[in-house]
Design a protein around this ligand. Structure first.
Ligand code: Q46
Ligand code: ZN
Length: 301
């Protein structure tokens, strides 16, 4: 197979694009896809400071590298979740990347700084680990960005992730989530803008980016993910994609252009009723925000 751009020998085939690429042209393709996503959805303006949430995995490290490569001013944020060896190792990869590139990694440790780890804290609070984890990440990423004076938080969600989340939300018709499932969530009182610049790249592409750029990343999945619904949705979509390449892209981008606006009014209504949490000041609809309630239950004696 030949590279679509230069006709040299291809090192990767992307069936979704019906094309093969050599290493150089593949890297250019990835940069182009990220640049296009940023531009199309007005994710980052010139001169803005970006904080990228880094897990040590392929997606977040590829994202950090791509944003630096495209010339953005971007620091990393690592959140230690206290999930045994997995957390220790993912931390090492995030640090190694920051050291290699001479870039800044902001570090927060959930057990040391907040007082609980995900496995025991979620059990105490009687929550599914991934739900306690997701809530903690959303809250702490936002707080770190506000405190550090960043304009935008970027996360490494790729096309496979977004299509799988969309699939789950459609299966249940979770209309409130559908209204918020966008590649950009604008800044609102107390929340900085959140962006997903990798939505035009699949996970094979982010892995290949890391390999070609010599970036070491943690290959193991988080042990708490085993058996979660998200992985099942990914497998189902992979089977569909195998039969019909391009389906994930059509599903997700079709939703964005043709359907997502239908669910927006509900999401807007929720934003209206926000005021500061009595305990931490983060925006919430109740007196105390969901994160402060989680902390109270997860750290209760
Ligand atoms: S880190 Fe957290 Fe994921 Fe682990 S506990 Fe679940 S949500 S699976 S991206
Ligand atoms: Zn709070």
């Amino acid at each position: 197979m030949k590279c679509r751009s230069c006709r040299g020998p291809a090192v990767i085939e992307l069936r979704r694009h019906n094309a093969g690429f050599c290493g150089e042209c593949f890297l250019r393709h990835c940069r182009e896809q990220v640049r296009k996503a940023i531009e199309e959805f007005a994710m980052i303006a010139e001169g803005e400071r970006v904080l990228v949430a880094v897990s040590g995995g392929k997606d977040s490290l590829a994202l950090w590298d791509l944003l630096l490569d495209l010339g953005y001013e971007v620091d990393g944020l690592y959140l230690g979740l206290g999930i045994g060896d997995y957390s220790d190792e993912s931390h090492r990869y995030a640090r190694a990347f920051a050291e290699q590139r001479g870039v800044r990694l902001v570090e927060i440790d959930l057990p040391a700084d907040v007082g609980f780890d995900i496995p025991t804290g979620s059990a105490r609070a009687r929550r599914v680990p991934c739900s306690a984890c997701g809530l903690s990440k959303r809250h702490l990423f936002n707080t770190a960005a506000v405190d550090g004076g960043y304009d935008v938080v970027a996360t490494g969600h790729n096309l496979d992730d977004e299509a799988a989340v969309l699939f789950g939300n459609v299966l249940r018709w979770s209309t409130d989530y559908l209204g918020r499932q966008l590649p950009v969530l604008p800044a609102t009182n107390g929340f900085v803008r959140k962006v997903k610049p990798l939505v035009r790249l699949g996970e094979r592409e982010t892995a290949a980016w890391c390999v070609l750029r010599g970036i070491d990343y943690i290959v193991e999945e988080c042990p708490m993910a085993a058996g979660n619904k998200h992985l099942g949705y990914k497998e189902a979509l992979n089977a569909i994609e195998e039969q019909s390449p391009g389906s994930k892209h059509a599903f997700y981008f079709g939703f964005l252009t043709r359907a997502s606006h239908l669910f927006r009014p509900q999401a807007h209504a929720e934003q209206e009723g926000l005021h500061p949490c009595v305990s931490c000041g983060a925006p919430t609809t109740g007196d105390r925000c969901a994160f402060c309630k989680l902390v109270a239950r997860a750290t209760a004696p």
